[in-house]
Design a protein around this ligand. Sequence first.
Ligand code: ATP
Length: 245
Amino acid sequence: MLEVRNWRVAYGQHMALQGVNLEVASGEVVVILGTNGAGKSTLLKSVAGLVPAQPGSEAKFDNTAITNLTPQAIVEAGIALVPEGRGIFGELTVRENLQLGAFTKRARASETQNLEQVLSLFPKLKERMKQVVQTMSGGEQQMVAIGRALMSNPRLLLLDEPSLGLSPLMTGELFKALEQVRQQSLSILLVEQNAKRSLALADRGYLLENGQIVGQGTSAELSNDPAVQQAYLGGAGRYAASAAS
Ligand code: ATP
């Protein structure tokens, strides 16, 4: 579904990504783990067309080149980004934010159906449709952000640190919702600081350091890798991905 080859992104002289190769298959959930500044957000933003990739970089979605298309064209192709910090409009209501997500041609015909799906995924939003988003809790705002992305009728969701700033309770709810999203056969490429939960959700993962992929494997392989445990799982010893609560 998504294939990224020799992906390079620079901010001036600074190479933020250097020769990244990764894939997401249809229906797969893939996590990218990396420390602060590794280039995780840059990767998602550049795939979504918000930051340009360097010449020679190649991204294909369903075998069609999407490298450096406009952000709107990439949404039309079926890829929706939920950026770090959520990117929602705080002064607008929940309903207005969700409606804005349905501006694409690919989403217009199925707007009502998509809205029903979003509200069944996040029932809390149903009673809050008229609420101004900036008065909502962080977790509720994250639901609006993911809901808005889903309103564009995507086949691949790019999620940048969705649990950032959420309480453990809200994080639990969020990951339950993401589990439901995957059951709707959507693919997810996820960047997360919460390695434990994201490895429990994901099928596979990549390790990103200083703009380069330095490791990859199934979630079970990564969860049992001592280096991953040390760096991302608090060095807590052997951990079974299926046992995460
Ligand atoms: P974090 O987990 O802290 O958000 P990250 O892995 O998402 O980190 P990025 O935000 O992608 O990392 O940043 C990768 C590198 O690129 C960092 O060194 C960062 O300082 C740099 N960088 C990011 N955005 C810009 C920008 N707009 N201009 C210049 N440098 C940038």
